[in-house]
Design a protein around this ligand. Structure first.
Ligand SMILES: Cc1ncc(COP(=O)(O)O)c(C=O)c1O
Length: 407
C-alpha cells in the first residue's frame, strides 16, 4: 500500500489550479485584532505582515457580534457551567439546556413551531434535504444555489433534477407545469440570499408559483430555503429573505456562524417535520451538536438582534451597504443593486480579479476574489461584505483605494 500514485495525481491537479490562477493558495492567519479607534472600525493583524493592520471586508459577521461582550460573557459562563464540548451526540447524552433553549428561541424568531440545531448549515442541508426527496421526487434548483444544496441533491438521488436559470420564475413555472403526472412529489430548493452576489430569491413569487401547481402533484410541492446569509442581516428585523419578500419557506435552513456571530446550523419547520428529522437525519443522529457554550452565545445573539440595539445595527448595516454601493457606482465599478451587505464588484475576468484583490491587500484591505468554478465563467467578481462593525470612514477608505486601481 502506498500513496505515491494518488499523490502524483493530486500534485498534477494542484499544479493545474495554480496554472489557471484559481488556486485558493495559502490561508491568511489572523493573529490579533486592534479595537476601533478614531472613527475607524477594528483592524486585523496577519501572520507574516508585522505592523500592518487590515480592514476586513470579507467576513460574514454582518452585525459584528463575534466580539460582542454579551456573547462572550454568555459563552464563557456556559463553558464554566457545562465544559467545552457536548461529549456525545444529542440522543445519547449530548443534549444540554442551552441547546433546547436555543431551539425554542430560533423557532420563535422565525415564527415556526419548532427548530433543530446541527453542527453547521452545510451539515444541516446535507442532513435534511434528502429526507424530503424520495425516488419519485423531482428536485428543482436555482442555478446559483450554494454548494451544500448541490451536494445534498446528489446524495438524495431524486428521480429527476431540473435546474432553472438564476431567479428565472418563468422557467420555474414551466418546469412545474411540465412535470405534472410524472412524479409524485416536488422539492423546490433555493438559497434565500445568494452568497456570491447578495441578491435574493423572490420567495413570494416562488410560493405563488408552487401554489398554482401544487394540486398537480400527489405528495405536493415542498419549498426548502437556505437563508444563511439572510438571517440576522437582511429584512427590517433580521428575519432574512422571508421578511424582506413576505413569503415563508416550508423548510428554512440557516447558519449561526454568520450574522449571529457564533457557529452551527439549524432548520426551522413544523413540529412534525422536526420530530421526524430528529429520528432520521444522519448528521443530527450520528454527529455532535455545537457546544453548549456556543448555543448559549447564540441565544445572546438572538436577544441582541431582537432588541433596540439589534435594530440599530441592522439600520447601520443597511446605511453602510448603501454608501458602498453608491460609491462603487460613482467610480464606475459594476455592482448589483439591493440592500444586502454582500456588495459584489463584477470584474468578469480572472486576472483582473486577482490584480484587484492584490491592490486592495497592498492597501491593507482584505477582500475575496471569486473565480471560476466558484462562480460561472464571466461572473468573476470581488465579494465585498459590509459589517456593522465598519464605519463610514472605513467605507470611504475602501472607495479611495478602489479609485486608485489602474483598470
Ligand atoms: C447559502 C449557504 N449555506 C450554507 C453555508 C455554510 O454555512 P456553515 O458554515 O454554517 O456550514 C454557507 C456558507 O458560506 C452559505 O453561503
Amino acid at each position: 500500500m502506498s500513496l505515491t500514485k494518488i499523490e502524483q495525481l493530486f500534485k498534477a491537479k494542484l499544479a493545474l489550479l495554480q496554472q489557471q490562477g484559481i488556486s485558493k493558495g495559502n490561508e491568511k492567519i489572523i493573529t490579533g485584532r486592534k479595537a476601533a479607534i478614531d472613527g475607524f472600525g477594528p483592524r486585523y493583524f496577519l501572520d507574516g505582515y508585522r505592523d500592518q493592520a487590515f480592514l476586513r471586508m470579507n467576513s460574514n459577521s454582518y452585525l459584528g457580534l463575534t466580539e460582542h461582550p454579551q456573547l462572550i460573557q454568555a459563552e464563557a459562563e456556559a463553558v464554566e457551567r457545562f465544559g467545552t464540548g457536548p461529549g456525545a451526540v444529542r440522543f445519547i447524552s449530548g443534549t444540554y439546556q442551552s441547546h433546547v433553549e436555543l431551539e425554542k428561541k430560533l423557532a420563535q424568531f422565525h415564527g415556526r413551531d419548532a427548530a433543530m440545531i446541527m453542527s453547521a448549515a452545510y451539515a444541516t442541508m446535507i442532513g435534511v434535504l434528502p429526507q424530503f426527496i424520495s425516488d419519485e421526487t423531482l428536485v428543482v434548483s436555482d442555478a446559483l444555489n450554494h454548494n451544500c444544496i448541490i451536494n445534498a441533491i446528489r446524495l438524495a438521488h431524486p428521480v429527476r433534477k431540473e435546474v432553472y436559470a438564476h431567479a428565472d420564475m418563468k422557467a420555474l413555472d414551466h418546469i412545474l407545469a411540465a412535470n405534472k403526472g410524472q412524479v409524485r412529489r416536488v422539492c423546490v430548493v433555493t438559497d434565500g440570499i445568494f452568497s456570491m452576489r447578495g441578491d435574493h430569491a423572490s420567495l413570494d413569487q416562488i410560493n405563488s408559483c408552487c401554489q398554482r401547481h401544487e394540486a398537480g402533484y400527489e405528495e405536493g410541492i415542498i419549498t426548502v430555503v437556505d437563508d444563511s446569509h439572510g438571517v440576522g442581516a437582511f429584512g427590517q428585523t433580521g428575519r432574512g429573505t422571508e421578511e424582506y419578500c413576505g413569503g415563508k419557506a416550508d423548510i428554512l435552513i440557516a447558519t449561526l456562524g454568520k450574522a449571529f456571530g457564533v457557529n452551527g446550523g439549524y432548520v426551522a419547520a413544523s413540529s412534525v417535520v422536526i420530530a421526524y428529522l430528529r429520528e432520521t437525519a444522519p448528521l443530527y443522529i450520528y454527529s455532535n451538536p455545537i457546544t453548549p457554550a456556543e448555543a448559549a452565545a447564540a441565544i445572546a445573539a438572538l436577544d441582541i438582534v431582537d432588541s433596540q440595539e439589534g435594530l440599530g445595527l441592522l439600520e447601520k448595516l443597511r446605511s453602510l451597504s448603501e454608501r458602498l454601493r453608491t460609491g462603487l457606482e460613482r467610480l464606475d465599478f459594476e455592482t448589483l443593486s439591493g440592500e444586502h451587505p454582500i456588495v459584489p464588484i463584477l470584474v468578469r475576468d480572472t486576472e483582473k480579479t486577482s490584480a484587484l484583490v492584490s491592490h486592495l491587500f497592498a492597501h491593507q484591505i482584505l477582500a475575496t476574489g471569486l473565480n471560476y468554478p466558484v462562480v460561472p465563467k464571466g461572473g468573476q467578481e470581488i465579494r465585498l461584505q459590509v459589517s456593522a462593525e465598519h464605519t463610514e470612514k472605513d467605507v470611504d477608505y475602501l472607495l479611495s483605494v478602489l479609485a486608485k486601481f489602474n483598470r
